[in-house]
Design a protein around this ligand. Structure first.
Ligand code: ADP
Length: 741
């Protein structure tokens, strides 16, 4: 890969990264916070510049931009009089009348004092961070919340390092100014340097005018050390900043210079354990962000900002004085380092590795792009296929979203429901559901949302003409989408309903026909009690017409009458129940009892031309679910068929056995066995077909209806010949679930 391409890609990468960054901008809560920085001195003093470097960068990194950083330089050293202060107050009042300041940072004690005196009405609610207060500074009484930062210089570490770098050093020149702050610092130096009393010679130059200071230092022996504290004016009142002084000294000195402020680094000193104004600025900015961002709660705001000194050295000065880097404290920061090619070898290797890594990355991206394109192609192809599938399906297909709207529908919807696709998509899909089916449908949909699987449900769906169609839905969720295939069941359901009605009609007819067969016997069955009632009533009449009627006898006769009447009523009622045209009636059912009832109805001696019915019923037969009347009709039908098959059989052979059994613990079976003609084994299936009959007066519906009834209740029916002659018809039904054991 050529270098230009690589560079192009790097640039493009850089640009796109930049765009991405600006696109992902978000509203920073600190974006509109304003910070006021009150510098007591001139705007261009090095301490301010260094401080501001760290401060401004920190504030910006937290979202407080340059526009929200307000600097006021009070210039109080050059303009100490009250007139200037008054002007400043007027000026600032005007300048900030339309603004809100959220945080104030003052530099130097004079800055804080100005704020607390003249500026006490300025933004009283804003917290104040007062930088660069001398150690021991007494905080004035104030309403404001003030965090103070104290300059607590520790000069000893610098001297320790200097002595390591210049091992034989015997004398130290201490350069300081005469401003009170300079004097204060010198006093601390004198205190600190007592450690080396007797071992080192200290020369303090603060009482000399500037030119004398310079000549003294220029005459210093090379094995001595020059230490600069702070300087703003000499004994004659001549102003110079410490930085300016440091530069002058660096020019003339024959011994290495050390200091304690980072402003001097790069301006002539070798370095030292420095108070880093830049670092203080950074920490001040971070604290402002913390407080403004509310990451510290109010009680936790410290009253002190403590910033450690940093070991910092100037590589050029180390070189210049031929000082060993190895003598520096661990972790020292070295500035102004110049690199030889050899020094850069690791960087070169690093860059090479980076280039290689980038190249691989680019190749990988290209490969991935190609793959993606081919994946997209195949996806496009698939979606085309899907489209075709969508359009040819005879089912109703659609994609909906979880918000309840159709997103895509195939044309079958239009033809089935009569709406246009747009009309369907304009409403929620639940809006078309029949009110009675709504709850069920909503339940199904919430199940769908909670379970990642296909669910089925049925409902009535409104057509444009106001009628409803039965739809059977199969839906599966896929993220925020639902894939649905629906089928129109209306016609099927209608034919089912019709068929059911038909079946019920037929069953009714068959029952009537069956009863027709029974009419003679039933008449006899009812006649018997009626005759008994008649003769009993006559007997009672006779008893009563005697001179001394036998009341007890009459009472007995009346009881008989009531019993006979009851018998007759029972027969009538049972016949009525069997013949009544009723809809399917599901109930909890004891088949043994149902069998007994049927047999009781037809048991009359004359009824079945002298044949006997035996019952072998399993006492522990389980309960089932079913329609009692319909099942009794089946049993009755089987018994009557058996009787018919034995019509010509010798009397002794005319016997029917009705059994109930449990072939397994999930099933009950009822069988009717006779000893008649038996059945044609080649035609067993035909027996159960409608209109199959071998009887001249037969309808051929009995077995067909029986099979329909048994099947509808989850069972089956079969016929077989007995080894000893005759046939057995048996039907099975499932045991009520939960009662299987
Ligand atoms: P139908 O009794 O009106 O003929 P079914 O459907 O009840 O109608 O019976 C169909 C046919 O099955 C009968 O005509 C008869 O030939 C045969 N069949 C039914 N039950 C028996 C049985 N127990 N023994 C012999 N044949 C039977």
């Amino acid at each position: 890969m050529g270098c230009p391409l690589f560079i192009f890609i790097l640039i493009a990468y850089g640009l796109s990264a930049g765009t991405a960054h600006s696109q992902t901008r978000f509203q920073n809560p600190l974006e509109n916070k304003n910070v006021l920085i009150l510098n007591a001195f001139e705007s261009n003093i090095p301490v301010f510049q260094k401080t501001n470097q760290g401060l401004s960068a920190a504030l910006q990194s937290g979202g407080i931009g340059i526009r929200n950083q307000f600097h006021e330089h009070l210039d109080l050293v050059r303009n100490p009089g009250p007139e200037n202060r008054k002007l400043l107050v007027q000026f600032m009042r005007r300048r900030y009348s339309e603004r809100r300041i959220d945080f104030i940072i003052t530099l130097f004690p004079e800055g804080l004092k100005f704020l607390l005196d003249e500026g006490r009405t300025f933004f009283p609610a804003a917290p104040v961070l007062a930088l660069y207060l001398p150690q021991g500074f007494e905080l004035p009484q104030a309403e404001r919340r003030i965090i103070h930062h104290l300059i607590i210089p520790d000069f000893k570490p610098t001297i320790e390092t200097a002595l390591k770098l210049v091992p034989g050093a015997g004398r130290i020149y201490v350069v300081a100014g005469t401003h009170p702050l300079d004097r204060w610092l010198e006093s601390i130096v004198r205190q600190d340097f007592k450690t080396w009393k007797g071992r080192l010679e200290f020369r303090y130059l603060s009482d000399l005018p500037l030119d004398k200071i310079l000549t003294t230092v220029s005459a210093a022996p090379s094995d001595s050390i020059v230490f600069i504290t702070a300087y703003s004016q000499d004994v004659t009142g001549k102003y110079k900043t410490t930085v300016e002084l440091s530069r002058l000294l660096a020019h003339v000195s024959r011994a290495p210079l050390f200091g304690f402020m980072d402003t001097l680094l790069g301006n002539g000193i070798v370095g030292g354990s420095l108070i880093s104004f830049e670092y203080i600025g950074t920490r001040a900015g971070e604290m402002a962000l913390d407080i403004l961002g509310g990451t510290r709660n109010t009680e936790k705001i410290p009253i002190l900002l403590e910033v450690p000194q940093l070991d910092m050295f100037d590589w050029r000065q180390l070189r210049h004085w031929n000082l060993k880097e190895s003598a520096l404290p661990g972790g020292s920061i070295i500035v102004n380092r110049e690199f030889s090619l050899w020094d850069l070898r690791y960087y070169a290797i690093g860059v090479l590795v980076f280039i290689l890594a980038q190249s691989f990355l680019i190749i990988a991206l290209l490969v991935q792009k190609r793959r993606r394109r081919s994946a997209e192609d195949s996806l496009r192809q698939k979606s085309k296929e899907l489209n075709q599938f969508f359009n040819v399906s005879i089912d109703l297909l659609c994609i909906a979203n979880t918000a309840g709207y159709f997103l895509r529908l195939n044309p079958v919807w239009e033809s089935t429901l009569g709406y246009s696709t747009e009309e369907l998509m304009a409403q929620k899909f639940l809006d078309f559901v029949h009110p009675d089916d709504l709850v069920r449908t909503q339940e199904a949909i919430s199940t769908l949302a909670s379970r990642e699987k296909v669910i089925h449900f049925e409902n009535r769906y409104r057509c444009k003409d106001g009628t409803y169609r039965w739809l059977e839905w199969n839906a599966v969720p896929a993220g925020s989408l639902i894939y649905v295939a629906a089928r129109d069941l209306t016609d099927y359901i209608n034919t089912e309903v019709e068929a059911k009605q038909h079946r019920e009609e037929l069953a009714h007819m068959t029952r009537i026909a069956t009863m027709g067969e029974l009419t003679t016997s039933l008449a006899h069955e009812i006649n018997q009690p009626l005759t008994a009632i008649l003769s009993n009533a006559e007997a009672a009449q006779r008893f009563l017409s005697r001179a001394e009627p036998d009341i007890d006898e009459v009472r007995q006769i009346l009881a008989d009458i009531i019993r006979d009447d009851q018998r007759a009523a029972d027969v009538v009622q049972k016949v009525r129940a069997l013949v009544r045209k009723e809809k399917f009636h599901d109930e909890f059912l004891d088949l043994n009892k149902a069998i007994k009832e049927v047999v009781a109805l037809i048991r009359g001696e004359s009824l079945l031309q002298g044949l006997s019915i035996a019952m072998e019923l399993l006492p522990e037969l389980k309960m089932i679910h079913g329609d009692r009347i319909q099942l009794q009709q089946v049993i009755l039908n089987l018994i009557l068929n058996s009787a018919a098959a034995m019509r010509n059989a010798p009397r002794a052979q005319r016997k029917i056995i009705v059994r109930s059994t449990m072939p397994d613990n999930l099933t009950v079976q009822v069988s009717v066995t006779d000893f008649g003609t038996g059945i044609d084994e080649n035609n067993i299936e035909q027996l159960f077909e409608a209109f199959y009959t071998t009887k001249p007066e037969g309808l051929g519906m009995g077995l067909s209806i029986s099979r329909t009834i048994v099947k509808a209740q989850g069972g089956s029916i079969k016929a077989s010949n007995n080894p000893e002659g005759g046939a057995t018809f048996a039907f099975t039904l499932p045991i009520l679930q939960g009662d299987a054991t």
